[in-house]
Write a protein that binds this ligand. Structure first.
Ligand SMILES: [Zn+2]
Ligand SMILES: [Zn+2]
Length: 268
């Protein structure tokens, strides 16, 4: 199985509405500087009957996938940056038929109560299927398992995914409030981990406590002895490590960590 990276920034994207920082200004001037919201595409190696699963449907979805041969969407949680792309599967856009969308019971209930999404469900553009914590889903060429975690400022569950291919295991964590022991165990269990790197440090934004995420600065200390290859994703537009030539980016790379980019592919 191959895992393709479709985006690497936080829900607000780059450029970020209401921001005049040089990263956002540059992205408005030059489309090549735009960065899409965190999402992955799981696909088979064979070319013809390729099976493809999307992890999260972002508002950038039109630039991230062509929509062909999609066999399902797995949702990490119900925040707009991770599910509002589902709207493009509806009548006014692709008008897809019966696309399976996999979510926990709480996220499923949240989707059912959301009128624009409910419209897609009623028209059978999408069919929302329930996944349970630690229940293994069989994909062609591997398995995927949802693992619940705390992301308190959302009103749905939030999950990470352990994806097992024939050769390797990849752990995906887009959002979490903090790096708990349980999450660290999942990172250690995997060969490759793509994890929440929203902020470099706590003083990066004024309302950090309101929108908490573990900081890259603390993680590169804490994870320095792990054997897992660790990549960061879901970077906020304010995160200096998003700039490829920044001191912070060099610092994390020199310590053996990386930031994923759209188009990166992992064979697992
Ligand atoms: Zn997010
Ligand atoms: Zn900005």
């Amino acid at each position: 199985m191959k895992v393709e990276v479709l985006g690497n920034v936080q829900d607000g994207g780059v450029p970020h509405l209401g921001c005049d920082c040089d990263v956002c200004e540059k992205a408005r001037e030059d489309p090549r500087e735009q960065r899409y919201i965190s999402s992955l595409l799981l696909k088979e190696n064979s070319n013809d009957d390729t099976v493809r699963y999307l992890i999260d449907a972002t508002p950038d979805i039109r630039q991230q996938i062509d929509g062909h041969y999609l066999d399902g969407v797995f949702l990490t949680h119900g925040q707009p940056g991770h599910m509002s792309g589902l709207l493009y599967f509806g009548k006014e856009s692709m008008d897809i038929s019966s696309l399976p969308v996999y979510a926990t019971e709480k996220t499923r209930n949240f989707l059912m109560k959301n009128d624009p999404i409910r419209y897609l469900i009623d028209r059978e553009n999408i069919v929302v299927k329930e996944v349970e914590d630690r229940e293994e889903q069989l994909l062609q060429g591997g398995t995927l398992e949802a693992r619940s975690l705390d992301h308190r400022h959302v009103n749905t569950d939030c999950v990470s995914f352990m994806i097992k291919g024939e050769d390797k295991t990849l752990f995906y964590l887009s959002d979490t409030d903090e790096m708990t022991e349980k999450i660290v165990e999942s990172i250690e269990e995997a060969d490759i981990a793509i994890v929440d790197g929203t902020f470099w440090s706590k003083d990066e934004i004024e309302r950090y406590e309101e929108v908490k995420h573990p900081t890259i600065k603390s993680m590169i200390e804490r994870f320095s002895d792990l054997d897992t290859d660790i990549y960061f994703t879901h970077l906020n537009h304010t995160n200096p490590a998003l700039r490829e030539n920044s001191e912070e980016r060099h610092q994390l790379e020199s310590r053996g960590f990386n930031v994923v980019r759209k188009g990166d592919e992992f064979e697992i």
